[in-house]
Design a protein around this ligand. Sequence first.
Ligand code: NAI
Ligand code: MG
Length: 381
Amino acid sequence: MSKYKIAWLPGDGIGVEVLEAAKIVLDALALDADYIHGDIGWEFWCKEGDAFPQRTIDLLKNVDAAMFGAITSKPGKAAEAELVPGLKGKSLVYRSPIVRMRQLFDLYICLRPCIAYPGNPLNFKEGINLVVFRENTEDLYSGVEFNTVPKELSDTLARLSKPFAAFKDLPEDQYAVSCKINTRKGSERIVRSAFEFARRFKRKKVTIVHKANVVRATDGLFLETAKEVAKGYPEIAMDDANIDAMTMWLLKNPFNYDVLVAPNLYGDIISDLCAQMVGGLGFGCSGNIGDKLAVFEPTHGSAPKYAGQYKVNPIATILAAKMMLDWLGETEKAGKLERAVAHVIKEGQVRTYDMRGTSKTLEMAEAIAEKLEVGVVIGTQ
Ligand code: NAI
Ligand code: MG
């Protein structure tokens, strides 16, 4: 029996291609693992009315970790129209399997390291090394949303809100409500994870991202909880910034920042910005981490326009595999893998189209696999 059981969820589009690339590298590292395929994505929505079938949920209950590629998703009504005849007419609402997976398995940390590997032609500036901790289960992603606002809710909102509130005199179908729900527990554990990370890896500062001056209740709670947690880590500097200002400051001087922690939506936004500063979607990797399970993925989607061409950059997914190795405690293999990625980037011989090269997805993976024993030492470990 192998040491690890890994759920392998390619999804669709380029998800299939980038996971194939990651497997080349994991095999070259001789990770002692069984990889068990799981169905997820568009195809299963069309065939079964469920993009995240129960059998895949059951699989995830029995593995050490999972690698996920990407899936195509389309908004509710459009999705329904494409259902196969057997399912047509059933009123099924498309729900994002990834958001569901995060909530079902309480994968409360979304960890997104953004490192400018030296020599990457897409680096905004050399030397950027940011780590984003995004809360992954609540906030505006709580799933409490109303396209047509129920009468009891509209009455309550009208009664409790300010006289000048824009929606007040509108009929219920003329506005929509998405609830932003943040809990103390959820805020506490994501901020603590960020500080624990900073302590373990000797990072200097944690920045709390919020909009507490306007969104007073929920972001106020987040900020207040964060300040409490910070008291337990006196050796680590702490500051905070509004999400809007944060995007400007990050571009102006990314070197002022180190570890960033944010509620779900702001974390999503800020991590895309950070990923872009170190090469864009081809480099953005992500870990959805809970106490019992962790699911690793590139942050990009299924890129339908490139699907089947094997030309996209697999580095985001290969770095996600590196994160998985760290999570499994395979730090030596993780180090080898990251050094090999850094080597190939620095050498500049093999580059995919986004890096202004002509190499294909699997060529990049093979080049990285070949450098596992000789990769350059970099200052990120
Ligand atoms: P996308 O991330 O799939 O692609 C946008 C563009 O980014 C691509 O056209 C390509 O130019 C570039 N790109 C993406 N990955 C790349 C890579 N590895 N190497 C080089 N360039 C890359 O976003 P888009 O087009 O908005 O969404 C396509 C589908 O993916 C939609 O159905 C969307 O809902 C879904 N999606 C799924 C996600 C997931 O599975 N986690 C996340 C984001 C979107
Ligand atoms: Mg995103």
